[in-house]
Design a protein around this ligand. Structure first.
Ligand code: PRX
Length: 652
C-alpha cells in the first residue's frame, strides 16, 4: 500500500498546509477517501468551540479494525504486523502477521461476546506490554466496546477511580508482567481495586508470570480457557461491528490541574484519519519498514503510535515489554539491531537516562537500519538532542520532535522527517489541518503567532520571537470530544479560558521563521519522565497520610526525568519531623496514585507561604525548589513572610 496523502517535499507541505486552512473539509475528506468505510459520511465537519461540539464525518459507518487489519489481508496478510520482544532477551520473541493478528482479534471478540459484553460497554484493560494487550484493545474496537486502558504502574485506588468513573463492567488483566528485574503483580492490584467498585462482573486474566494468584469464583476467568471455548465453538462471526463515525472508541484518563483525572474521550473516524495521516507524514513511513515506538499501551502514545496509527498504515510495529536499561543499557540498540528497525520513537527521558551510561552500550550494535528518529512527551534539551543525533542517528537520521497531547490524540506540531527542517529543542511547524496561535494573558492573539493567518513559514527570517499560551483555533479530526460523564469539565478545562479556542495548557514561543518551541505547562501540571501528573493530585494523596495537615507540590528541574516532584509538607502537632519517616509520606503517594507520582524530595515545613486570602503562593515554592532563592520577588503580601526564610533554610 502506498499513501496517496504522503507529502514528498517541503513545497508540497506548504501547499497542503494552505489547502487544509483554505478548504479544511475538502482537505480531510480527500484523505478520508483512502480509508475503508462501510458507508461514507453525509457531512465532513460540524463544530463550535462554545459547547464544545465537534463532529467529523457524520453519518459515516466504519470500523477502525477493518482499517488496521482486514484491509491488509489481501496484499500483506503474511507480513508481520506486531513483532513482540520480551522483557527477557532470552525469551523467544513473537511475531504476528496481519492474518494472525486478525484471527486473534476475531477470536477475542467472541470471548468478549461470550461474556455478555455489548457494544458501548466500558472495558478496563490493565495489562503488561504483551501482544494480548493490543489484541484486547483491537477486539474492543472491533465489537464496539469502549476501552479504558490503565497504565500498569497505577495503584489499586487509581484503577478503582477509573473503573467507577467509566462504570466498566469487565476488566482484562494478567497475573502479572515483567518490568526489568521486577515482576509487577497486576492481578493482586486488580483484586484490591475491585474491593472498591461495584460495576465489574467479570475479570479475564492472561497467564503471563505463572505466579500464584487468587481467582474469584464466578468473576475471574482465564484468558486461555476462554480461548479454548471459542476454539471448540469455532469463530462464529468475523464481521466488524458497524460503528458511527462519532461513536466513542476509547476513554483514556489523564491528569489535569484539579485533583481528579479526566477521562478523555476519542471517537472512531476522526481518530483513525488523524493518527494514520500523522504517522505516515511525520515519520515518512515507507511500506515494508519496521517501526519501533517504545511507549507503553497505557499512554496515548501507545494507543496512537504503537497500535492504531501504524497498523492502519499497514506498518510492522515493534512492541517491547521491558525497559531500556535492563538487563543492560544496550536493550534498545539490541532491538534495533535484531529487527533492523527503521524508525525509532522514544521519550527524551529515556535518551537522557541512556546518555548516563556512556557509549559502551552502543558498541558493536548495528544501527545502520535506522532512517528516522522521533521524540515525544516533553521538551528535549539540546544536549540530549545532539547525543541522539550523533550516537544513534549517526548524523544521517532526521529527528522529529513531536508535540501533542492525550487530548489531541495525534501529533500536532512537528517537523516531517526529511521534508521539513528539524531544529534542536523546537517542535517546529504545525501539521496540515492544525492552526496554532499564541495568546497573551488577556486572551489576545499575539501578532505574528498564528500559523494560518501570519504565514506558516518565513524562510530565513530572523528577528524577534513571540511568546504566549499555545492555543489551537480550529478543530482537527482527533480533537477531544468530551471528558467522560462530565462535558462541562471538558468545556471549562479546554474551551473556556480563551473564547473560540482550544487551550493546550502549554506555553510556547515562535521564532521569526515560524517554528514553535514548547516551553512547558503553564498550569499546575508536571511532566515527570514524560508522564503528566497534576500537583493537586499528588497533594490530595499526601494529605491522606494521617499525620499530614497540608502540603504543596511543585516541580523542579531534574537531569533525567525532566521535572522532579518536590513536596512541602506540614505535619500535625503530634508528629515531629524526627519521628515521621519521609518514606512513609512517599509510600502513601505510591499507594494512592502509583510509584510514578512518588515525590523525589519531601521537605517538612511548619507553614506555607500564603496570601491573606489563604492562597498558596506556588511561585515562591517553585523558585525555592529550583534553587533560585534570590528570585522570589515580592513576598510582602504574605500573611507570614518569615515562613519563607524557614523554608529556604530547610531546602533539600
Ligand atoms: O506539556 C506538553 C508535553 O506533554 C504534554 C502532554 O502530555 P500527555 O497528554 O501525557 O501526552 C504525552 C504524549 C503526547 C503536553 O501538554 N509534551 C508532549 N510532547 C512534547 C511536549 N513538550 C515539549 N515538546 C514535545 N515534543
Amino acid at each position: 500500500m502506498s499513501f496517496p496523502y504522503q507529502i514528498h517535499s517541503f513545497e508540497e507541505y506548504l501547499s497542503e498546509y494552505k489547502k487544509s486552512i483554505d478548504q479544511p473539509e475538502n482537505f480531510w475528506s480527500g484523505i478520508a477517501e483512502h480509508f475503508t468505510w462501510k458507508k461514507k459520511w453525509d457531512k465532513v465537519l460540524e463544530w463550535n468551540f462554545k459547547e464544545p461540539r465537534v463532529r467529523w464525518f457524520q453519518g459515516a459507518k466504519m470500523n477502525i479494525t477493518e482499517n488496521c487489519l482486514d484491509r491488509h489481508l489481501a496484499d500483506k496478510g503474511d507480513h508481520p504486523a506486531i513483532i513482540w520482544e520480551s522483557n527477557d532477551p532470552k525469551e523467544k520473541n513473537r511475531i504476528l502477521s496481519f492474518k494472525e493478528l486478525h484471527e486473534e482479534v476475531c477470536r477475542f471478540v467472541q470471548v468478549l461476546k461470550n461474556n455478555s459484553v455489548k457494544k458501548g460497554d466500558r472495558i478496563c484493560i490493565y495489562m503488561p506490554m504483551v501482544p494480548e494487550a493490543a489484541i484486547a484493545v483491537l477486539a474492543c474496537a472491533r465489537m464496539g466496546a469502549i476501552h479504558s486502558v490503565v497504565f500498569g504502574g497505577y495503584s489499586a485506588q487509581s484503577i478503582a477511580d477509573r473503573i467507577n468513573d467509566a462504570q466498566c463492567s469487565l476488566v482484562i488483566t494478567a497475573d502479572g508482567g515483567h518490568r526489568g528485574s521486577k515482576d509487577i503483580l497486576l492481578k493482586d492490584t486488580i483484586d484490591e481495586a475491585l474491593q472498591n467498585t461495584g460495576h465489574v462482573k467479570k475479570v479475564i486474566v492472561l497467564k503471563r508470570l505463572g505466579n500464584e494468584i487468587s481467582m474469584k469464583e464466578g468473576r475471574d476467568i482465564w484468558w486461555h480457557d476462554e480461548i479454548k471455548k471459542v476454539d471448540a465453538q469455532g469463530i462464529k462471526d468475523r464481521t466488524a461491528e458497524s460503528m458511527d463515525a462519532e461513536d466513542i472508541l476509547f476513554i483514556l484518563y489523564t491528569s489535569g490541574s484539579t485533583g481528579k483525572p479526566k477521562g478523555v474521550v476519542h471517537t472512531n473516524a476522526g481518530y483513525m484519519i488523524f493518527t494514520t495521516y500523522s504517522f505516515v507524514n511525520v515519520f515518512q513511513y515507507q511500506p515494508g519498514q519496521v517501526y519501533f515506538c517504545t511507549a507503553d499501551i497505557g499512554w496515548i502514545t501507545g494507543h496512537s503510535y504503537t497500535v492504531y496509527g501504524p497498523l492502519c498504515a499497514g506498518a510492522t510495529t515493534v512492541m517491547f515489554e521491558g525497559i531500556p536499561s535492563w538487563p543492560d543499557a544496550g536493550r534498545f540498540w539490541d532491538i534495533v539491531d535484531k529487527y533492523k528497525v527503521n524508525i525509532l520513537y522514544t521519550a527524551p527521558t529515556a535518551i537522557r537516562s541512556l546518555m548516563g551510561y556512556g557509549l559502551e552500550p552502543l558498541k558493536n550494535k548495528d544501527l545502520s537500519s535506522l532512517k528516522v528518529l522521533g521524540t515525544v512527551g516533553e521538551p528535549i534539551n539540546e544536549e540530549a538532542w545532539h547525543w541522539y543525533d550523533e550516537h544513534v542517528g549517526k548524523h544521517k537520521c532526521p529527528i522529529v520532535d513531536t508535540w501533542w497531547q492525550t487530548e489531541t490524540a495525534g501529533i500536532m506540531i512537528s517537523n516531517l522527517a526529511g521534508i521539513s527542517q528539524g531544529k534542536p529543542a523546537f517542535a517546529t511547524l504545525p501539521l496540515p489541518g492544525v492552526r496554532p496561535v499564541l495568546v497573551d494573558e488577556n486572551g489576545h492573539a499575539v501578532p505574528g503567532s498564528d500559523a494560518a493567518k501570519d504565514g506558516v513559514f518565513h524562510k530565513g527570517a530572523t528577528g524577534a520571537t513571540v511568546t504566549g499560551n499555545l492555543c489551537i483555533r480550529f478543530p482537527w479530526p482527533s480533537i477531544i470530544r468530551t471528558t467522560y460523564g462530565d462535558h462541562e469539565r471538558c468545556r471549562l478545562n479546554y474551551f473556556a479560558t480563551y473564547p473560540d479556542m482550544y487551550f493546550t495548557g502549554d506555553g510556547a514561543f515562535r521564532d521569526a521563521e515560524g517554528n514553535y518551541r514548547i516551553t512547558g505547562r503553564v498550569d499546575d501540571v508536571l511532566n515527570v519522565s514524560g508522564h503528566r501528573i497534576g500537583t493537586a493530585e499528588v497533594e490530595n494523596a499526601i494529605n491522606m497520610h494521617p499525620d499530614v495537615v497540608e502540603s504543596a507540590v511543585v516541580g523542579y528541574p531534574h537531569d533525567i526525568k525532566g521535572q522532579g516532584i518536590y513536596a512541602f509538607v506540614i505535619l500535625g502537632s503530634e508528629s515531629k519531623e524526627n519521628n515521621l519517616d519521609k518514606s512513609s509520606v512517599a509510600a502513601t503517594v505510591t499507594k494512592i496514585i502509583g510509584s510514578i507520582a512518588k515525590p523525589d524530595k519531601i521537605q517538612f515545613v511548619t507553614g506555607l507561604p500564603k496570601t491573606r486570602s489563604g492562597k498558596i503562593m506556588r511561585r515562591i515554592l517553585r523558585k525555592i525548589a529550583e534553587g533560585e532563592m534570590d528570585k522570589l520577588g515580592d513576598i510582602s503580601t504574605l500573611t507570614d513572610p518569615a515562613v519563607v526564610e524557614e523554608i529556604k533554610m530547610g531546602k533539600i
